[in-house]
Design a binder for this molecule. Structure first.
Ligand code: FAD
Length: 531
């Protein structure tokens, strides 16, 4: 096949890709047998000229060499490189017990699936409930404020990203990313995720994908157990011998993949108590901000806003405060979504964002956060957890003690007042919100940096710092507050057989990089050991 890169197609151009590819290759349209979209990105830098930029693989009915020699010197046309997945061969060491995967988030899911596909019959333990029950539990929490510490937005089948926007963007560049996308597509994700520059799945589709992957793991001989929290580990002379589930059941094991996510505070404490090497890590904290989606669309698309080919727009904003060295930035932006209650501990308020596949809520939200360094919490290994918890508990109090979240308009926030009720959008957070001063539930350095950043963001997106824009707090779970140190073979530095993986281990941030880490860690085990 021939590859065409940088092929620009204006928004209103309705010509078929086959015809455009033929034109670009200077061959008759009937000589184009097949066109595969490899990548599609949107270029909206020039608002009057918004276009899609394609990479296409084209199967042609004429000799490829002929086409290439006619287009000699055209750097955008070449022979397409085929993606050939690596064949993974089992290693020599025999695993005495089936591998255990702890946590059914993207990292654990991909690790368990990969191990199952290679005949390792993994045991997958998840502290929360299955996706069907979890969906009901989360809905109850959002509707009534009745919080469930076992089953919530952080814990349960699918992990933290299940009630999310399902953005699949990542800065990690690894050829195996393609394999992760193929697995998601096979499990029910839209095929477009394979080529879109900014793919997303949406909560509605994610739930089905998660269920389908669980069924495949079981069909391949794996075991999946819910409400099964790993509460202890058994280590002898630096080697993992077994794990304890729910403080009662002992499972002997020599390979346990800890894919516990960034919110398993009790599990971090247990691992720390057992002497597993870990260190404090930087993260970020702040608020969620909501705007009418049309404010963002107009800023990003100009007069083309609302064009049927354009999806709800996103943004990425960064502000560096020269005086303090702090950075404020937007994070996990959710076009057409909702702000959600993402608590995982009784008595704490945590915000996050989600959307459905069609991103049609009419409201844009994003975290606006400021970097927190280990020095901010004394550098103690578990200091970051206590730091997060302190502000989540303050937010709980500011919200009225019933999981309602503290809310302040941008106008009030900048003026140091509270109580305005003129909102640019109806606050989407459930179970509810309460007017409060966000400075009472966030560190000063966070609120001061946000106050400096907002006028700068207004210059970049008109209406961003409108006095009616809604800020809801607190956003504390941007990434893990600790790193569980591991070697290049994915094993803990001082506990052989313990594999800290995914976001909770501090080696990933987001669905794709966590999933990739799960896949890579499983491959590392397969290459080393046989069953
Ligand atoms: P997790 O997904 O956190 O999974 C860890 C699992 O381990 C959990 O299910 C937990 O219950 C379980 N567990 C913990 N301790 C134990 C134990 N002791 N025993 C048994 N089980 C245990 N990322 C994106 O890339 N795009 C997005 O759009 C996006 N939106 C998000 C929206 C929300 C509301 C949230 C909360 C997160 C979002 N994220 C998003 C972040 C993303 O979800 C995480 O980066 C990702 O889920 C990390 O994957 P993981 O497998 O490492 O951990």
């Amino acid at each position: 096949m021939l590859r065409i890169i940088n092929m620009r197609v204006l928004l209103d151009n309705e010509t078929s890709l086959n015809t455009l590819a033929a034109k670009r290759l200077k061959i008759p349209p009937q000589a184009v047998l097949e066109v595969v979209i490899v990548r599609r990105a949107l270029d909206a830098r020039r608002k009057s000229n918004i276009s899609f930029v394609y990479t296409l693989d084209v199967k042609v009915a004429v000799p490829e060499g002929q086409v290439l020699s006619r287009l000699k010197g055209d750097k955008d046309i070449s022979v397409a490189k085929e993606y050939v997945p690596e064949v993974i061969v089992q290693g020599q060491n025999t695993l005495e017990h089936p591998p255990v995967v702890i946590g059914f988030g993207p990292a654990g899911m991909l690790a368990a699936l990969t191990l199952a596909q290679h005949g390792y019959k993994p045991i997958l333990l998840e502290r929360g409930r299955n996706i069907e029950q979890r969906t009901r539990d989360v809905s109850t929490f959002w509707q009534t404020g009745q919080f469930d510490a076992i089953s919530n937005v952080q814990f349960g089948e699918g992990g933290a990203g299940t009630f999310s926007d399902g953005k699949l963007t990542t800065r990690v560049n690894d050829p195996l990313m393609r394999q992760v996308l193929d697995i998601l597509i096979k499990a029910g994700a839209p095929e477009e995720i394979a080529y879109l520059h900014k793919p997303h799945i949406g909560t509605d589709k994610l739930r089905e994908i998660v269920k389908s992957i669980r069924q495949e793991i079981i069909a391949l001989g794996g075991r999946v157990e819910f409400e099964s929290k790993v509460t202890d580990i058994d280590v002898t002379e630096g080697q993992l011998k077994g794990i304890v589930v729910n403080e009662t059941t002992y499972i002997p094991c020599c390979a346990a993949l800890f894919a516990i996510g960034h919110s398993a505070r009790d599990t971090y404490e247990m691992l720390h108590r057992q002497g597993v090497t870990m260190e404090a890590k930087a993260f970020s904290m702040g608020v969620r901000i909501e705007h009418p989606q049309e404010v963002i669309d107009t800023s990003q698309y100009g007069i083309s806003a609302g064009h049927p080919q354009l999806k709800a727009a996103d943004y990425a904003l960064v502000y560096h405060a020269k005086d303090t060295g702090r950075t404020a930035y937007s994070f996990c932006m959710c076009p057409g979504g909702l702000v959600v209650a993402a608590s995982s501990e009784t008595g704490g308020v945590v915000t996050n964002g989600m959307s459905l596949y069609n991103r049609a809520s009419g409201v844009a939200n994003s975290a606006l956060v400021v970097n927190v360094t280990p020095e901010d919490f004394g550098g103690e290994v578990l200091g970051g957890i206590n730091f997060q918890r302190k502000y989540e508990q303050l937010a709980f109090v500011c919200g009225g003690g019933n999981y309602h979240a503290p809310l302040q308009t941008v106008g009030d926030f900048l003026a140091g007042t509270t109580g305005s009720t003129a909102f640019a959008t109806k606050p989407s957070y459930k179970p509810g919100v309460r007017a409060a001063d966000l400075r009472q539930c966030l560190p000063d350095f966070v609120t001061n940096t946000l106050a400096q950043a907002l006028p700068d963001f207004e210059r970049k997106i008109k209406g961003f710092a409108s006095p009616e824009a809604v800020m809801i707090g607190v956003e504390t779970r941007t990434s893990a507050p600790v790193r569980i140190l591991r070697g290049s073979d994915y094993q803990s530095l001082n506990t052989k057989g313990l594999y800290p993986i995914g976001e909770g281990a501090g080696y990933a941030g987001g669905i794709m990089s966590a999933a990739l880490d799960g896949l890579n860690s499983a491959i590392s085990i397969i290459k080393k050991s046989k069953v």
